[in-house]
Design a protein around this ligand. Sequence first.
Ligand SMILES: Nc1ncnc2c1ncn2[C@@H]1O[C@H](COP(=O)(O)OP(=O)(O)OP(=O)(O)O)[C@@H](O)[C@H]1O
Ligand SMILES: [Mg+2]
Length: 370
Amino acid sequence: MNHNKILRCVYAWAGENKLLTRCRIQSMAHFDRVVGAGSLDADSTASAISIRALSKNYGPVEAVRSIDLDVSQGETFGFLGPNGAGKSTTIGMLCTLVKPTSGSARVAGLDVVDDRDGVRRSIGLVFQDSTLDGYLSAEMNLRLHAELYGMPRNRVAPRIQEMLEMVGLWDRRKSRVNTFSGGMKRRLEIARGLMHSPLVLFLDEPTVGLDPQTRSSIWAYIKELQQREGTTIFMTTHYMDEAEFCDRIAIMDHGTIVALGTPDNLKSEVGKDRVQIATGDDARAVEQLRAVFGIEGRVVEERVTFSVAGGESFVPRLFAELGLPIMSVSVAKPTLDDVFMMHTGTTIRDAEASATERLRANPMWQGRSR
Ligand SMILES: Nc1ncnc2c1ncn2[C@@H]1O[C@H](COP(=O)(O)OP(=O)(O)OP(=O)(O)O)[C@@H](O)[C@H]1O
Ligand SMILES: [Mg+2]
């Protein structure tokens, strides 16, 4: 493929790609300036991500409200929160796709407003919605990405092979992406996000809607690469197992960070056990819990659920004093779901369910098309 042909493909692809649409590539010279300048020299002592009083308003909607956050180099950082909490908007600002209303953020030591091109060269992105070109092969999608990021030519072929082997798609490298399953597309997106060895990889719900086996293999690739290349990972997820596997997490709600810490620290802050009971009349059980014990319960997954210190020793009192039959009871130590519920008033599974529904409505995800 000659240079002009590649460039035409790049422009066509850029039209479909959020990042480069925003880049507004106008000419070959501009293209070289934007994506061809090679790797970035990051200050190894700086935070990978540093956010100060960052806000974003969409008209009257305060999507992100003055958040502060530092993420260290090499850290795996998870962003959790209910739908509409402001997670994608925050990632959008960090990736230079969304202009902050006020405040500042630095990624790989570079300001996301003043040095957008530098930031873009330093990061990899895996979005909630697919941005692969379904009409091109897996290999060609990665090759175009390498062209866009100005990777040295002699590194492109070995890196494509390395990435496709890592995500188990080397045998399918010549197949059109339209013929891939949802899981294969996600794996290819992650391979593409990592192609140019970014300093920071942003993943916005990278595994939503995938089966547990595919999810765990995707995380194995990401972890492997992170350890090998020291990549910082900043991701949003609704899956608890993925959040557990982060070094630290932040819970976001209504545009602010309501909790921040390691998964273990956040769980220990809950301080109470989770008790779930099955009764014949859940509404009355909730009323009785309030009236007899002063405990607020709620119905979660068809069980009356509440938090209480020393759950196991509370159970005998519950049977004796609740005043209605209890069919079964379970007591569990706090989980991240309890942390999530304590801070947002909802379960993460509710958030997960609606995220999956949204993804299933995305035609690119729906597998083999045309
Ligand atoms: N381009 C936009 N124009 C107007 N409002 C927007 C835009 N993007 C996001 N919002 C609003 O900003 C708020 C935060 O949205 P955001 O997409 O950041 O949430 P989220 O935490 O990523 O949610 P989800 O879990 O559903 O992905 C919502 O109220 C949303 O409607
Ligand atoms: Mg989102």
